[in-house]
Design a protein around this ligand. Structure first.
Ligand code: ZN
Length: 208
């Protein structure tokens, strides 16, 4: 069964706004994704810089935010273009999202001269539950392993000890995720499988 837990919110509600405030003080905005044909996945800083050089505007850094309601927010460092008072995202994403939720953060920097430079990434817990805190720590550990390797679009050969750690962390993630779902999904919430039906009328029974 596929789980759709972390999503781009559909509206900027007050709870979305207060969750985003944990990432940055700037107001969250929806930004349309309109990548030129030459733009590359995972290369947002480089895409934005080239776009600005060929067109106009400025490169702005911040967070692409997706939310697991009541559980955590997932913040991925991201570069977009600001042109004529409007933000545009010039980077294609693997989910084929047409818009992202973006929170500007001028504290984020990118070193264009360093091939290993990458934008930060963080999960922030929205719940004080022990399992949620552990999940956030697991994601941080997984991310810190990833930063040891260059950013590529393809497969990366991992060191055996890293592959081992990743597999342990992934296993633990799979064990605690159902517990988090049970404790944070109201029976009338949309189902975690993304069907659009209520949890109680869909997959709730699978999590008892
Ligand atoms: Zn379901």
């Amino acid at each position: 069964m596929q789980l759709i837990l972390v999503q781009t919110p559909r509206d900027i509600t007050s709870s979305v706004r207060s969750a985003c405030r944990l990432a940055s003080d700037s107001e969250p905005v929806f930004v349309n994704v309109v990548p030129p044909s030459w733009a590359l996945v995972n290369k947002c800083a480089i895409n934005a810089k080239r776009y600005v050089e060929e067109n106009e505007g400025e490169v702005v850094f911040g967070w692409a935010v997706s939310i697991w309601n009541k559980v955590l927010i997932d913040c991925i460092g991201h570069a977009v273009v600001k042109s004529n008072e409007q933000y545009i995202d010039v980077t294609p994403n693997k989910y084929d999202d047409k818009k992202i939720l973006f929170v500007r953060d001028d504290g984020i920097t990118f070193d264009y001269s360093d091939e290993m430079s990458r934008l930060p990434s963080k999960n922030i817990a929205l719940s004080s539950a022990k399992d949620v805190k552990r999940l956030v720590n697991i994601e941080a550990e997984l991310y810190s392993i990833k930063t040891k390797y260059p950013v590529t679009g393809g497969m990366i050969a991992l060191l055996p000890e890293d592959a081992n750690t990743i597999s342990k962390l992934e296993t633990e993630k799979q064990q605690i995720t159902p517990k988090i779902i049970v404790n944070h999904t109201h029976h009338n919430d949309p189902c975690v499988c993304g069907s659009g039906r209520k949890f109680r009328k869909c997959c709730q029974g699978l999590f008892k």
